[in-house]
Design a protein around this ligand. Structure first.
Ligand SMILES: NC(=O)c1ccc[n+]([C@@H]2O[C@H](COP(=O)([O-])OP(=O)(O)OC[C@H]3O[C@@H](n4cnc5c(N)ncnc54)[C@H](OP(=O)(O)O)[C@@H]3O)[C@@H](O)[C@H]2O)c1
Length: 290
């Protein structure tokens, strides 16, 4: 397969970027912006027809991305997908582990098979892709693996235990991996996404494994997805190890860091509602909302 039309002035010209979860939300936006920046793209998710739409809408070289449908839950099929991805352009420079599924239910109301499903999609999927792809990066002496994590990778909030567990596990895995692989050309970038305006809650599952199917207002008022994608790409360009991308909810990280005890008391009352109330109380900004 031919590389994207080469305009050497573009920052990702000649780079092959593989994005999972490219059919919607953050992954879709990343696809558009990486395309604009000259990257050759491999786009993955389950829904091929959505990936095709994204491909056709790419601002540069529409229709020229490789569509590689995959289901992260079927992680025993992923080594073969990695082989295919490697053969498309002769290597992958940047893997963005972005795909994930959310949950909206209490831990005790969540069936074990749903816990397992989220762990497979959100944790084992990215781990298998990374393990299978890294040897080729090590051989070249360069490459970048990006993980789109969440505030849920840092602390837990009600009704997200299965998702939070998988995001925490990703941090554990990649922290250890980073400490093992110290070749200067290899880089691991963890993105802590805040509350981003996507349909993630509509795509989320209930504890019974059914579709939650509802866009929560908090996310509809979230940080614009275009800005989030730009922030993620900046972090990738700067080869950052860990970066927060989002809005006001960044404050929760500080509170959590300063006083986990206080934070845990606050979290019982939902931190975002609490933040909103606090902000309203001090009338910090009436125009911004989340
Ligand atoms: N939006 C937020 O506020 C927020 C906050 C923190 C972190 N994040 C993280 O950001 C990333 C992207 O989320 P988003 O907000 O863009 O959500 P989204 O709009 O629901 O997109 C999720 C993407 O993951 C793909 N996906 C889901 N299950 C999959 C599976 N089994 N195999 C392969 N692909 C699968 C979906 O495509 P298909 O359905 O076609 O498979 C879709 O492309 C996730 O890692 C999420 O945890 C988001």
């Amino acid at each position: 397969m031919k590389m994207a039309e080469n305009d050497k002035s573009l920052p990702f010209s000649g780079k092959v970027v593989w994005i999972t979860g490219a059919s919607a939300g953050i992954g879709e936006q990343l696809s558009y912006q990486f395309s604009e920046l000259g990257a050759s793209l491999i786009l993955s998710a389950r829904r091929e027809e959505y990936l095709q739409k994204v491909n056709q809408n790419l601002p540069r070289n529409p229709g020229q991305a490789i569509i590689l449908p995959l289901d992260l839950e079927q992680w025993n099929q992923l080594p073969e997908k990695v082989e295919t991805a490697l053969s498309c352009f002769g290597g992958v420079d940047i893997l963005i582990n972005n795909a994930a599924v959310g949950i909206r239910d209490y831990a005790l109301a969540t069936r074990l098979e749903v816990d397992e499903k989220l762990m497979n999609i959100n944790y084992f999927g990215p781990v298998v892709l990374t393990k299978c792809l890294l040897p080729s990066m090590l051989e070249k002496g360069q490459g970048q693996v990006v993980v789109v994590s969440s505030l849920s990778g840092k602390y837990g909030v009600p009704r997200t235990a299965a998702y939070t567990a998988a995001k925490h596990a990703l941090h554990g895995f990649f922290e250890s991996l980073r400490s093992e692989i110290t070749i200067p050309g290899i880089c691991f970038t963890m993105i802590i996404a805040g509350i981003i305006q996507t349909n993630i809650t509509a795509h989320a599952l209930t504890g019974k494994g059914e579709s939650f199917g509802r866009n929560e207002q908090t996310y509809q008022r979230g940080y614009p997805v275009e800005k989030a994608a730009t922030g993620i790409i900046k972090a990738i360009q700067k080869k950052k190890e860990e970066v927060f991308v989002g809005g006001w909810e960044r404050t929760t990280l500080w509170v959590h860091w300063l006083s986990p005890w206080v934070f845990r008391r606050v979290i019982r009352n939902h931190p975002i509602k609490w933040l909103r109330k606090t902000r309203e109380l001090f009338s910090l900004s009436k125009s911004t909302s989340f």
